[in-house]
Design a protein around this ligand. Structure first.
Ligand SMILES: Nc1ncnc2c1ncn2[C@@H]1O[C@H](COP(=O)(O)OP(=O)(O)OP(=O)(O)O)[C@@H](O)[C@H]1O
Ligand SMILES: [Zn+2]
Ligand SMILES: [Zn+2]
Length: 800
């Protein structure tokens, strides 16, 4: 028997499977999806088995050295998905597989076999191995020449257990536990304990109803059962001590109050019924558009409950920044231990622990950020993507996948629904729903039956005319003061991205646009130039406004820090929490600050993007946006869409309880359609206008896009390569496909590497992946040897 193995060397030159012989002692364990150690040149290298075959065309086939897993770490589904992923995103096969696995699996896990039964009950071969010891390392077992197939069977039968430890944090990984022993009936046990040992009888009770070993510590703390009682039972041969793996569950220490399903509103019921219908019928992609506070999460919870009742599993994706304790709590309090949480704030060991609970089938719900979409479930019944419009679902590094695409592929495989939810769906998803590709579901009312908060728009040009140069308008200040008097809370949102990269007239709001691309030109300080990031157009920045002649034309910036100072000056009695990259860089700081705010230890929460989402605090009655048009000016065709989404999200934070909320939006441009429609909560009208714009400029959803970026230290190499790649594509593309560039990337040099980009807009290409592959393939060698880098980003979300 032979195994085809992808080796863990990230280079284009070895991006193909290699054949290895399966030695007899490893048959039965080596199977598709397990990791192995194989000789490669002079070294031993880890690899992943993708298939097993009877024959091999290779003449000198080397044997597999070791097998690292008793169970495949990649299911047949994920093995297949990984192949599509590598092909579609143009990454190495190994890169695709690594994206699906926790980082700890890259060599840091130590496995030990532990015997659960007396030697005599083991097959003779294993009895020899475990002679006089209880534990044998997985590797030693292989070195001894034991047939690993037998080991695996013994594990499957429960004769042996496998304990795994992530090497660098192995200290203190196990705790002492107690479990029942021997095959006695309940009556026999009671008899053996005797009438007088009250505590021991209590302990028996606890152990009989518990499926897993009980921690000695928990018995003492929660049940008042002392060590003496435990030892008493052990002495009578009714129980035994076992080591219990300590799970580094970051939420484990917290107690979650159990929550029960709420009685749904009419709208919620309707949506839930539709989801269940699809669930019964098979796969479909559903888009749930529900205004903020309409109870989408409650619908998710009840849809999941239904899936669990049928014995299936569910994945819930949430954007990284909304994966707050508040969010996690809602799932844990409903489904308790059945929930695993995967997010980037966990250590490698913690992530591995959570992943393993999924892998072993100990949980049936996963709540996590983007990569949780690869959770190794085998009975998926539902995949939910909350805030589906979020850009963070796209990975900006290889493999450049979008979680939505992966979710839909998995949904097809498992024949289960994929539910996309948002108050402001992406234009792309919404267009698909309108076309009937997805099924559209809607929640149009807030659960509390309250109207959406009233939105006041403040024209900052007027403020300037009246001599107010502060970043806070008079209206904003008045509203903030009212909240202070009433003891209510406010959130103030300031978008920092995009500041000082565009030029604007402070008198009339004019900004420079590219004549060819309908996006803002970017200001380049060094040469005092305005440039277009898409097509390369450039011009000298004007000294006076071309529209109104004012000299107040410049780039400017207002950071959160500056606003905080201003607030301190104007409202000295206000307690302020500032949340931005600076104040939240420490692990756990984000959560701690939110908790403080939730406990009403501050009046104003001032922050960037990260406060716009998911806050559900009843005492917030004012949401303010300081520079609504800042995001609008970012040179990206999605600028208007992102602005609309953000304003809607921010507005959604106010008035979630009994008291009505209010929203104040400050802007230099008060006429832009995305602001006006956000002010009226008119998603439909916004989409109409935006779709016209997209159509005119031929942006998604009317076309698909690809961004190719070439980078190297040598500028001439970059230009030459970019031109060659473009030429190759030009030769083979369909006539209807547009190729823009090459032009220097918006950030033309990063870390001494020059960057050039090409943009492709296409509608009908029979095989875009192949076209790109062919254009890039000639550089594979240079790419691995010579530091040349060609990034191919399909359906890009960012254009820097
Ligand atoms: N049927 C219901 N009955 C009573 N309260 C409900 C019901 N459904 C949801 N809620 C409550 O209403 C509030 C808002 O619901 P939820 O957070 O699920 O809305 P959402 O649409 O996910 O909000 P957002 O998109 O703004 O985060 C929550 O506090 C939730 O507990
Ligand atoms: Zn002007
Ligand atoms: Zn342009």
């Amino acid at each position: 028997m032979y195994a085809r193995v992808y080796i863990d060397v990230l280079s284009g030159s070895v991006d193909r499977p290699f054949d290895y012989r399966i030695p007899p002692e490893l048959t039965g364990v080596v199977q598709p999806g397990v990791r192995v150690q194989v000789p490669f040149g002079p070294r031993q290298i880890t690899g992943i088995v993708i298939s097993c075959t009877e024959e091999s065309d290779v003449t000198k086939v080397k044997p597999i050295h070791q097998v690292l897993d008793e169970q495949p770490v990649l299911t047949p589904e994920l093995l297949m998905l990984g192949q599509t992923l590598a092909r579609e995103t143009l990454c190495l096969q190994m890169t695709a597989y690594q994206a699906m696995l926790p980082a700890a699996l890259r060599g840091k896990v130590v496995k030990t076999l532990e015997r659960n039964v007396p030697l005599a009950e083991l097959p003779p071969e294993l009895a020899a191995l475990f002679q006089s010891r209880r534990r044998v390392s997985w590797i030693d077992a292989q070195k001894s020449g034991t047939a690993m197939g037998v080991v695996r069977e013994a594990v499957d039968q429960g004769l042996l257990t496998i304990e795994e430890v992530v090497k660098d944090q192995s200290a203190g990984r196990t705790l002492q536990g107690v479990q029942l022993r021997g095959s006695y009936s309940a009556e026999e046990r009671l008899e053996l304990v005797g009438n007088r040992a009250v505590k021991q009888k209590e302990l028996l009770d606890v152990l009989e109803t518990s499926e897993r070993p009980m921690l000695v510590k928990t018995l003492a703390e929660d049940y008042g059962i002392s060590n003496a009682a435990v030892n008493g039972l052990i002495d009578k041969g009714l129980a035994e001590k076992v080591d219990v793996e300590k799970r580094r569950d970051p939420y484990g220490a917290r107690d979650f109050e159990t929550s029960t399903p709420l009685a749904l509103t009419k709208e919620q019921t309707h949506v839930l019924t539709s989801i269940k219908k699809v669930q019964a019928a098979g796969h479909d992609t559903l888009l749930l558009q529900g205004v903020t506070g309409s109870g989408k999460t409650e619908v998710y919870l009840q849809a999941i409950e239904d899936v669990l009742n049928q014995g299936s599993e569910a994945i819930v994706l949430v954007p990284e920044i909304s994966l707050t304790p508040q969010m996690v709590e809602r799932f844990k309090s409903r489904f308790g231990e059945a929930v695993a949480v995967l997010h980037s704030a966990l250590s490698a060991g913690e992530k591995y622990d959570e992943w393993r609970r999924i892998h072993r089938g100990e949980v049936s719900v996963v709540v996590g950020a983007r990569s949780a979409v690869f959770a190794p479930f085998t009975k998926l019944g539902l995949i939910i993507i909350d805030e589906e419009h979020e850009g963070s679902y796209k990975q900006e590094d290889q493999p450049r996948y979008h979680a939505r695409d992966i979710a839909i592929q998995r949904g097809e495989y498992h024949n289960c629904p994929v539910l996309l939810g948002s108050a402001t769906p992406s234009i792309e998803s919404y267009a698909r729903a309108r076309k009937g590709v997805y099924t559209l579901l809607q929640l149009t009312e807030r659960v509390n039956q309250k109207a959406m908060p009233e939105v006041k728009m403040v024209d900052m040009r007027e403020e300037l005319k009246e001599g107010n140069r502060s970043p806070l308008s008079t209206v904003m200040l008045e509203e903030l003061e009212k909240r202070l008097e009433r003891g209510e809370q406010s959130v103030l949102f300031l978008n920092r991205r995009g500041f000082s990269t565009f030029i604007m007239c402070r008198s009339c709001g004019f900004t420079s646009q590219c004549p060819h691309c309908e996006i803002s030109l970017t200001y380049h300080k060094r040469h005092h130039q305005l440039k277009c990031h898409y097509c390369g157009f450039e011009e000298t920045a004007p000294a006076a406004c071309p529209e109104c002649g004012s000299e107040h034309i410049r780039f400017f910036g207002t950071g959160t820090q500056k606003v905080e100072q201003e607030l301190n000056r104007l409202l000295p009695e206000a307690r302020i929490i500032r949340m931005d990259v600076d104040t939240t860089s420490r692990k756990g700081a984000h959560e701690a600050l939110l908790q403080q705010f939730g406990e009403q230890k501050a009046d104003i929460l001032l922050g960037t993007q990260m406060i716009a989402k998911g806050l559900d605090f009843p005492n917030i009655t004012l949401a303010g946006v300081l520079a609504a048009d800042a995001l609008l000016k970012i040179p990206d065709f999605r600028a208007a869409e992102r602005t609309f989404q953000l304003l809607t999200q921010v507005s959604g934070r106010a008035g979630r309880d009994e008291r009505a909320g209010e929203v104040v939006i400050q802007s230099y441009d008060t006429e832009h359609y995305s602001l006006l429609h956000a002010q009226n909560y008119d998603f439909e009208r916004f989409v109409q206008t935006e779709m016209q714009e997209r159509k005119r400029a031929q942006y998604p959803p009317y076309t698909y896009m690809v961004l190719i970026t070439v980078s190297h230290q040598d500028l001439t190499r970059v230009i030459k390569t970019a031109n060659e790649v473009a030429h190759k594509i030009e030769q083979h593309k369909q006539p209807s496909t547009a190729l823009l560039g090459p032009v220097p990337s918006p950030i033309a040099r990063i870390k001494d590497r020059y960057r050039y980009q090409c943009m492709i807009k296409y509608k009908d290409e029979p095989d875009m992946a192949l076209l790109l592959q062919q254009a890039v393939a000639p550089y594979m060698k240079e790419m691995s040897k010579d530091d040349l880098y060609i990034a191919v980003d399909r359906h890009p979300q960012m254009f820097m």
